[in-house]
Ligand binder design. Structure first.
Ligand code: HEC
Ligand code: HEC
Ligand code: HEC
Ligand code: HEC
Ligand code: HEC
Ligand code: HEC
Length: 236
């Protein structure tokens, strides 16, 4: 039996067993460099470990095939062969990477591109990872304001919002307008984690503090900006 046939039989069995969760596997690479399929069938073609809520791109294929690294250059010393292990350690962050842990063992500017950017942030995260000062949500209703600066200056750390409720990606919550609703806020989700009347003013009060409305938006940012309809304009 050749490797390819064996592989597709294995894949069929895995699919039948419901082992594959497509939601967890997100492609970031355009289907370039066709890889020898059998190398990945060994471990189930883990194309991308996109760890949410912090979108991070990692491709086994680029490391094993393109860069020619052996499995033991990462496993088990830098990473366990189980997705989510690094995350569960509690120190999987940029500071550790800069100290040479995890991806930083190679991504130090010598063995591979560095993690101190600014131009490299995008390569791993798909964005420059700058916190936009002001975000204006327009879906499902127009002009709900969120200020990073004020929230961070209050002493809230990044994880208080980004460990679970919000991805570090503007537009992510708005991709689910059926979920991003007042009902969800009242149930303690999204902004409602804090805007519950105890940790911050309740979501069923002071509507216009969050909902600045189209007029409020124009007052604050000018009518021209509103016409652009973009929530990322106010980045800098
Ligand atoms: C450049 C580093 C690197 C190399 C080289 C590498 N891996 Fe991984 N591997 C990772 C990372 C990172 C994870 C995710 C670990 C985590 O989330 O804590 C992972 C996870 C895995 C997993 C778990 C997948 C899952 O969905 O749970 C398997 C299996 C695996 N690797 C097998 C291999 C094999 C086999 C090779 C060699 C062909 C290999 N890896 C080479 C970095 C690497
Ligand atoms: C064992 C060394 C090693 C480790 C550990 C490692 N990388 Fe890499 N990585 C490389 C090399 C070598 C390249 C290719 C050379 C370059 O681009 O500088 C590369 C390239 C990349 C690329 C560009 C290619 C692509 O896939 O788009 C990304 C993104 C990347 N690595 C992310 C990560 C992330 C995220 C981690 C940690 C989860 C990680 N790497 C861990 C060595 C490593
Ligand atoms: C080699 C890949 C790589 C590069 C380059 C990189 N990061 Fe990261 N970054 C990671 C990984 C891995 C994590 C941990 C992801 C997780 O928790 O799921 C992370 C987490 C983060 C976090 C959240 C945790 C923390 O440390 O605060 C921020 C913010 C961040 N990166 C910003 C940046 C910025 C800004 C740059 C550019 C200066 C950058 N990253 C470059 C891989 C990278
Ligand atoms: C009070 C909540 C809150 C805190 C605290 C917070 N953020 Fe955010 N952040 C958000 C929300 C909301 C979004 C937009 C998410 C969405 O649109 O789904 C966001 C988006 C982002 C983005 C995406 C930018 C882009 O261009 O896509 C980055 C990067 C980010 N935050 C970084 C940080 C960092 C770093 C910290 C800590 C210094 C932090 N945030 C603290 C709520 C918060
Ligand atoms: C981690 C907790 C937390 C989350 C999550 C959070 N907030 Fe807040 N927010 C606060 C606190 C604390 C205050 C200040 C206390 C008060 O005014 O009751 C505040 C104040 C505000 C204010 C008034 C001050 C200002 O920035 O102008 C607005 C508007 C606001 N939040 C909007 C939002 C929106 C919209 C979201 C969701 C996208 C959100 N917040 C998510 C904790 C949070
Ligand atoms: C803490 C901030 C905050 C407060 C306070 C708040 N909202 Fe919202 N509201 C949001 C966010 C965030 C969304 C979702 C994003 C969007 O629609 O732009 C939303 C969406 C909505 C929507 C559309 C989705 C749905 O649930 O039907 C309505 C209608 C709405 N709000 C009405 C209100 C009213 C009325 C009040 C006062 C009783 C109020 N909101 C108070 C943040 C807030």
């Amino acid at each position: 039996m050749n490797a390819k046939v064996k592989g597709s039989a294995l894949l069929g069995a895995l699919l039948a067993a419901g082992v594959f969760c497509t939601a967890e596997i997100r492609a970031t690479e355009p289907a370039a460099t066709p890889a020898p399929a059998q190398q990945f069938e060994d471990y189930g073609d883990t194309k991308v470990i996109a760890v949410e809520p912090i979108r991070q791109m990692f491709s086994h294929k680029s490391h094993v095939v393109t860069a020619g690294l052996s499995c033991d250059s990462c496993h088990p010393d830098l990473f366990a062969r189980k997705r989510g292990t690094a995350k569960a350690n509690g120190d999987y962050n940029m500071a550790s990477l800069e100290e040479g842990k995890y991806c930083g063992a190679c991504h130090d500017g010598t063995s591979a591109f560095n993690t101190t950017g600014p131009e490299t942030c995008k390569v791993c995260h798909g964005s420059d990872m700058k916190q936009p000062e002001t975000i204006v949500f327009n879906i499902p209703v127009k002009s709900v304001i969120f200020e990073h600066k004020e929230h961070v200056e209050m002493g809230l750390d990044c994880a208080s919002c980004h460990d679970r409720e919000f991805e570090m990606r503007v537009g992510a919550a708005e991709e689910h307008p059926e979920k991003f609703t007042m009902e969800a806020l009242y149930a303690g989700k999204y902004c409602g984690v804090c805007h519950n009347g105890t940790d911050a003013f309740a979501s069923n009060t002071r509507c216009t503090t969050c909902h600045i409305g189209v007029k409020g938006f124009e007052r604050r940012f000018g009518a021209a900006k509103n016409a652009e309809q973009s929530h990322t304009d106010q980045k800098h």
